[in-house]
Design a protein around this ligand. Structure first.
Ligand SMILES: N[C@@H](CCC(=O)N[C@@H](CS)C(=O)NCC(=O)O)C(=O)O
Length: 205
């Protein structure tokens, strides 16, 4: 059995690397960066025509999309992070889509416009609008976590890992979660897990 992960740890590949550390899985890590020598190269586009990381090749099963990769790997390896039944599977898929569409879609422009773009290209209006759009989903999340502690099944699962991977994009704007105590505690506890620490150490930050 051969599992290869493409993508540097300082990319969305961190989500996959974190899960693999949690699972104690064996894998080969190809530290694929960006640009014409990396994810944009013709060679890599034969693996992922989107020219993006992460990608996995699991004995010929080639997948992109970080959260879909993680749902696949959790089910493949099993254990407490994986869905225990079809109902949990459905809820974990639901939360994965929610994490991208409701959280990452706003958190990414916030991160780019506060930290990643050169200062002269940052647009504070984009940040303000995105923070405003986050309020409704963050209120839903805060209520859910206050009641249940985790997203699915009352335990830490791949659904939580996927969401925390998206919430990570809010790290440069801590005020966004500051008034959400259940979400903040949940986020901090997730990143304090040994698997998270082992994976995030690969980022060299
Ligand atoms: N929705 C995809 C997004 C993947 C993505 O945008 N990856 C970035 C790195 S975090 C990338 O490869 N960017 C290179 C590029 O777009 O040229 C996922 O979650 O995996």
């Amino acid at each position: 059995m051969a599992l290869t992960v493409y993508g540097i740890a300082r990319s969305r590949a961190i989500r996959v690397l974190w899960l693999l550390k949690e699972l104690g899985a064996q894998y080969t890590h190809v530290e694929m960066g960006f640009g014409p020598e990396g994810s944009g190269s013709a060679e890599f586009r034969r693996i992922n025509p989107n020219g993006q990381v992460p990608v996995i090749d699991d004995d010929g099963v080639v997948l992109s999309e970080s959260l879909a990769i993680n749902l696949y790997l959790a089910k493949k390896f099993g254990g407490p992070l994986a869905p225990a039944d079809l109902g949990e599977d459905g809820r974990m898929t639901m939360w994965a889509l929610w994490s991208v569409l409701e959280i990452e879609a706003q958190a990414a422009p916030i991160m780019y416009n506060t930290s990643f773009y050169p200062p002269e290209q940052r647009n504070p209006a984009v940040v303000e609008a995105a923070i405003a759009r986050l309020q409704a989903p963050l209120a839903v999340l805060e209520a859910h976590l206050s009641a249940h502690g985790h997203l699915v099944g009352g335990r830490f699962t791949v659904a939580d890992l996927n969401l925390i991977g998206c919430l990570f994009y809010l790290r440069f704007t801590p005020q966004v979660l500051a008034e959400r105590p259940a979400t903040l505690a949940y986020y901090q506890a997730g990143l304090a897990r040994p698997g998270a620490r082992a994976a995030f150490a690969l980022r060299g930050e």
